[in-house]
Design a protein around this ligand. Structure first.
Ligand SMILES: C[S@@+](CC[C@H](N)C(=O)[O-])C[C@H]1O[C@@H](n2cnc3c(N)ncnc32)[C@H](O)[C@@H]1O
Ligand code: SF4
Ligand code: SF4
Length: 437
């Protein structure tokens, strides 16, 4: 019998047939497909191909078994805390037009993560690693904010502690340290610290001077381009692995190639794009402009990737890997249990921008697990495998649900489909599903 997960797409006189939960494509002519659907004899190689992909099954329960296996793999990934975010500062020395941090700082105060809470956060992360560690996974400790370098002292204190913890326990096997910064405070002491500890640095740059300075301004409203370029040049010249974080704004949305060329010339290793999230998007493009921004931004990243060697953008790379490995793409972000966030005031969250209020890092105890929190379980319901909003979406294996926090902010509903991510996932899927033809 035919699996309920069998899907097809047509292009000219060709058909691609695939399993909705693991799209390993098989191709045939439209004529052959029609013969097969009518129950006429087609060649054994084609039929065997359908069987090996579980597109032809013996019993209904085989479909359920397939769903359960994909779901179980997903759950295992959610119990693997690959990232520890240490949000060292709530405040910032910039006031970027699309950023919610200055607002959060006004509301919650410009708190700084203390040394005590940092150590407690690291210890709690190690409690997670002790019970779930995968030697094949790349683990990350990310210093984040607000502007993390405003609290350099705590970063400096945490580095030897992280080193000690790793040497005592051997965990995690593959540890990466990263700072995400606006670049302004990068000086010689930061450079030496990064070199000594092998820290990678992500610097935010949105484009050439007029594009960057239109939204990335300091607290007095002055452009910040020159300072950021100086920082990137210094980092690259010092041999520090340097990455670019580009936020897609109305100013650069049609010029992503230009931004990436600019960053490549400066010597950054790779770039990642941010789609603007949350209510700031409405402020920037208006309520009626949201859909258009979503369409344009998703297509712009794909267009850029086509012309700059497919695979060079981070989010896209993850989807391509999942497709090639026949994996159900788990999520666009790791807030579903695989990241532990220590907020500047010591509160624990699953997302850097969301005040989840899961307890204070010094009070929750050793048995706290981020993946077990009721709020995190609730958020998982938005994932395409379970979410009714994706029930008719045959590209769901590559759609990763986008940003939960943004859905909550924009639509007041944590389960609402993130439009950018859906469009992006579908476009990438369509490209990939034909790519093996
Ligand atoms: C919140 S900042 C924190 C680190 C540092 N201050 C910086 O700017 O790199 C991290 C990244 O988030 C991006 N960002 C800020 N507001 C955003 C928003 N509303 N949606 C998506 N990304 C945003 C920034 O451009 C930056 O690349
Ligand atoms: S520098 Fe970073 S945290 Fe500060 S306002 Fe800009 S994006 Fe937000
Ligand atoms: S929910 Fe959104 S803001 Fe929060 S970690 Fe995920 S992608 Fe980032």
């Amino acid at each position: 019998m035919i699996s309920k997960y069998l899907r097809t797409r047509k292009k000219d006189d060709q058909v691609v047939v695939f399993h909705e939960l693991h799209p390993d494509p098989i191709y045939c002519s439209l004529e052959k497909w029609k013969q097969f659907v009518l129950g006429q004899k087609v060649d054994d190689v084609f039929v065997d191909g359908l069987k090996s992909r579980r597109l032809l099954i013996d019993r209904d329960v085989d479909d359920q078994a397939e769903f359960d296996a994909v779901s179980a793999r997903l759950q295992r990934k959610h119990c693997q805390v690959g990232t520890l975010y240490l949000m060292t500062a709530q405040g910032c020395n910039f006031n970027c037009g699309y950023c919610f941090v200055p607002e959060l700082a006004r509301k919650f105060g410009e708190s700084m993560l203390t040394e005590e809470n940092t150590i407690a956060g690291i210890n709690l992360w190690y409690e997670h690693l002790k019970v779930a560690h995968d030697p094949n996974v790349e683990y990350f400790v990310i210093f984040y904010g607000g502007e993390p370098l405003l609290n350099k002292a705590v970063i400096e204190k945490s580095l030897p502690y992280l080193k000690k913890m790793k040497s005592i326990s051997g965990l995690p096997g593959r540890l990466n340290l990263m700072i995400v910064t606006n670049g302004l405070l990068v000086d010689d002491s930061i450079i030496s610290m990064c070199r000594e500890h092998g820290i990678m640095v992500v610097v935010s740059l949105d484009g050439t001077r007029p594009v960057h300075d239109s939204l990335r301004v300091d607290t007095l409203g002055n452009g910040t381009y020159d300072a950021v370029i100086t920082a990137i040049k210094k980092l690259v010249a010092s041999g520090i692995r340097t990455f670019g974080s580009v936020t897609i704004t109305p100013q650069n949305i049609n010029r992503l190639g230009e931004v990436s060329d600019h960053l490549a010339e400066l010597g950054v290793e790779k770039i990642g794009y941010n789609f603007i999230k949350g209510r700031k998007l409405i402020e920037l493009v208006g309520k009626d402009g949201v859909d258009q921004y979503c369409e344009q931004a998703a297509k712009a990243v794909l267009e850029y990737s086509r012309s700059h060697k497919f695979g060079s953008e981070y989010q896209l790379e993850k989807k391509i890997r999942a497709f090639n490995e026949q994996d159900f793409f788990p999520h666009d972000c790791t807030c579903y249990g695989s990241q532990l966030v220590i907020q500047p005031d010591g509160q624990i969250s699953n997302c850097p921008f969301f005040k989840a209020g899961l307890g204070h890092v010094n009070e929750v105890g050793k048995d706290f697990r981020i993946w077990n929190q009721p709020l995190v379980r609730e958020w998982r319901k938005r994932l395409p495998l379970y979410n009714q909003g994706f029930s008719n979406n045959d590209a769901k294996a590559l759609c990763g649900a986008g940003c939960a926090w943004s859905s909550e902010e924009l639509y007041g509903d944590i389960l609402a489909v993130d439009k950018i991510s859906r469009i992006f996932g579908e476009e990438v899927f369509n490209e990939l599903i034909w790519s093996k033809h």
